[in-house]
Write a protein that binds this ligand. Structure first.
Ligand code: PLP
Length: 358
């Protein structure tokens, strides 16, 4: 029996995608073999790669003048690939610190360039984002990096910052959750395992003029110009993950694209926050204007009940609701593939649990 899986990543995937993969697992496109067993350079697999790039461009409305790359090493790999490609020796980089993932990106960038933190939400305990217009870029910065959705803190920007340098965004946990104006960004990247499929690939969308200036020491697999020139196939990519990513993009298109995705995601998030706010038993620590549509952390009045909540929920078919080990509490990740029924089942369970324990 499938359960509602609220894991933060790897995360739930659309059942349609899994069933299609199962139906063609041993014999893909009448080849007499699985997609995992064909050459990444074969005509059929190259078609999968090209179709997934075309779907990224179509769904996000990527304007001309951007490369779409599928790289390995996860979003974490990009924490170091970005400064190596975009910050020439001697340049500094700007960052906005809104929590745990920002901090990891900062620590990695510091290996390559002086980092200027232009805004830091430490004073709020990372429970909000800077106000629109509250920060800008500093002199000599090659780019400004921020984390539109902090997966652990559940803090999300409701706006795209306006800055004078290329804007770089770690969209791992918010990519394709709603329509996006890609032209505002110099570079967007996202690990696949939240909204795009299984783990193994990191989507990178980068403005062409920012490519071609990588430092000499940049590993070839992370040199955007080499990856762009080779269709992201300088070496063997994780082909099965790429195929599943392609099926996931088709599912997004077939269920209405990003407009419909955004409406569904907003409705799910609104329902869950409303249920939390309506109760004195549960609370969410995030400032209302900065609440994430994708990752909803919440607390129970008595922390001693957390364990019971998580295990009781699991027994009711609601899996992986424990909060991140660094913050405790609970967290419901409600990515694209989580249906409204899953959110409703969670709310029903929360009410029952409250009645029993309040
Ligand atoms: C999950 C996540 C990452 C890390 O992704 P990996 O693929 O594990 O490297 C980075 N940033 C954000 C915002 C994330 O949610």
């Amino acid at each position: 029996m499938r359960v509602y899986n609220f894991a933060a990543g790897p995360a739930t995937m659309p059942l349609d995608v899994l069933e299609q993969a199962r139906s063609e697992l041993t014999d893909w496109r009448s080849k007499g073999m699985s997609v995992m067993e064909v050459s990444h350079r074969s005509k059929d697999f190259v078609a999968v790669a090209e179709q997934s790039e075309a779907l990224v461009r179509e769904l996000l409305g990527v304007p001309a003048g951007y490369h779409v790359l599928f790289l390995q090493g996860g979003a974490t790999g990009q924490f170091s690939a970005i400064p190596q490609n975009l910050a020439p020796e001697g340049a500094s980089v700007d960052v906005v610190n809104t929590g745990a993932w920002s901090a990891k990106a900062i620590a990695e960038a510091e290996k390559y360039a002086p980092v200027t933190v232009v805004a830091d939400e430490a004073a709020s305990g990372y429970s909000t984002v800077p106000a629109q217009g509250a920060f800008g870029s500093s002199d000599g910065a090659a780019y400004l990096h921020y984390t539109p959705n902090e997966t652990i803190g559940g803090v999300e920007f409701g706006y795209v910052p306006e800055v004078d340098v290329p804007l770089v965004a770690d969209m791992s946990s918010t990519i394709m959750s709603r329509p996006l104006d890609v032209s505002r960004f110099g570079l967007i990247y996202a690990g696949a395992q939240k909204n795009l499929g299984p783990a193994g690939l990191c989507l990178v969308i980068v403005r062409e003029d920012l490519v071609g200036h990588a430092r000499q020491s940049t590993p070839s697999v992370w040199d955007y110009s080499r990856m762009a020139a080779s269709g992201s196939m300088l070496n063997t990519p994780p082909t099965f993950g790429w195929y599943l990513l392609g099926l996931t993009l088709e599912w997004i298109r077939d269920t209405g694209g990003l407009q419909a995705m955004g409406e569904r995601n907003k409705a799910k998030a609104d329902r869950l926050y409303a249920a939390i706010d309506a109760s004195d038993f549960y609370s969410n620590p995030v400032a209302p204007q900065a609440r994430s549509w994708m990752n909803v952390p919440f607390l129970v009045a008595d922390p001693a009940l957390e364990k019971d909540f998580v295990s009781g929920a699991a027994a009711a078919g609601l899996a992986n609701l424990e909060g991140h080990r660094s913050v405790g509490g609970m967290r419901a990740s409600i990515y694209n593939a989580m249906p409204m029924e899953g959110v409703e089942a969670l709310i029903d369970f929360m009410k029952e649990f409250e009645q029993k324990h309040a």
